[in-house]
Design a protein around this ligand. Structure first.
Ligand code: NAP
Length: 251
């Protein structure tokens, strides 16, 4: 995978940063997209410690003209991206009856609309190379009706469906598209929901249902993302894999 370039959205912290560092440790150069300049700079420094390059693209992926600009900037930096990780995401805990339409739209803009637009722009250079990998960071929430996460779950279910169509349409060009569906990971996003005192009961119920007895770590996601980005997964296409310590299969 040396001399390969991976473009990762939401590289300023959390899972995106963990994925960037794993890929850099394996010899890949990285491009990261996000809004927070200081977080992006911090990731860049950490990537460079592995001796790899890191390009920063500052953009707000909730705005489609920004997604378009970020795509063009990415393609100006390199026309040989071989991996795209659609990781940036937003979650807000609100019941369906209380959720403002603007929040529903924000969640869907970042979690699904930006993925569609960025991916179809970047895939052109993968088609030209006759190879590529797209890794979509979805969520276990795509499979369940979780109280207060209706918009988020709907956006992630849409992402799993988009993953299937991307796999079917781009597979003939030797591009594999797969999704990871993690359970709770205590990143900023994880903490913003699962550390709220009013969610103590729900957190305990969740944990009790995980045979591994613990939530996931950013590195768990990064390892599976690495597998999906590497030639080891060349015959894997169109799947959305739960990464949940066994929660989904526990009756
Ligand atoms: P996080 O710590 O909150 O980080 C979210 C990332 O997304 C940040 O890098 C952020 O960058 C980026 N982002 C958010 N809105 C953006 C926007 N409008 N434009 C550009 N970038 C934006 O969350 P995380 O836990 O790492 O989540 C990463 C992915 O994993 C998400 O898709 C999430 O849905 C998924 N996931 C997380 C969990 C969990 O429990 N943590 C579980 C399942 C799935 P900036 O702030 O710099 O813009």
């Amino acid at each position: 995978m040396k001399n390969n370039h991976a473009l990762i959205t939401g590289g300023s912290r959390g899972l995106g940063r963990a994925i960037a560092l794993k890929f850099a440790s394996e010899g890949m150069d990285i491009g990261i997209i996000g809004r927070d300049r200081s977080g992006l700079e911090e990731t860049k420094l950490l990537v460079e410690k592995h001796g790899q390059q890191c390009h920063i693209i500052q953009a707000d992926l909730s705005l489609m003209d920004e997604v378009q600009r970020a795509s063009e900037e990415a393609l100006a930096i390199s026309d040989t991206w071989s991996v795209l990780v659609n990781n940036a995401g937003v979650a807000k805990q609100q019941s369906l009856r209380e959720m403002p339409l603007a929040d529903w739209e924000l969640i869907h803009n970042v979690n699904i609309k930006a993925v569609f637009l960025l991916s179809r722009n970047i895939v052109e250079c993968m088609i030209a190379q006759k190879r590529g990998k797209v890794v979509n960071i979805s969520s276990l929430g795509a499979f369940f009706g979780t109280h207060g996460l209706g918009a988020y779950g709907a956006s992630k279910a849409a992402l799993n469906q988009l993953t299937r169509t991307m796999a079917v349409e781009w597979g003939p060009h030797n591009i594999q598209v797969n999704a990871i569906c993690p359970t709770v990971v205590m990143t900023d996003m994880g903490k913003s929901i699962w550390e709220k005192p009013e969610n103590d009961g729900m957190r305990k119920t969740f944990l009790d249902r995980i045979p591994a007895g613990k939530f996931g770590e950013p590195e768990d996601v990064a390892e599976l993302a690495w597998f999906m980005a590497s030639p080891a997964s060349n015959y894997l296409n169109g799947v959305s894999i739960p990464l949940d310590g066994g929660k989904t299969v526990k009756p």
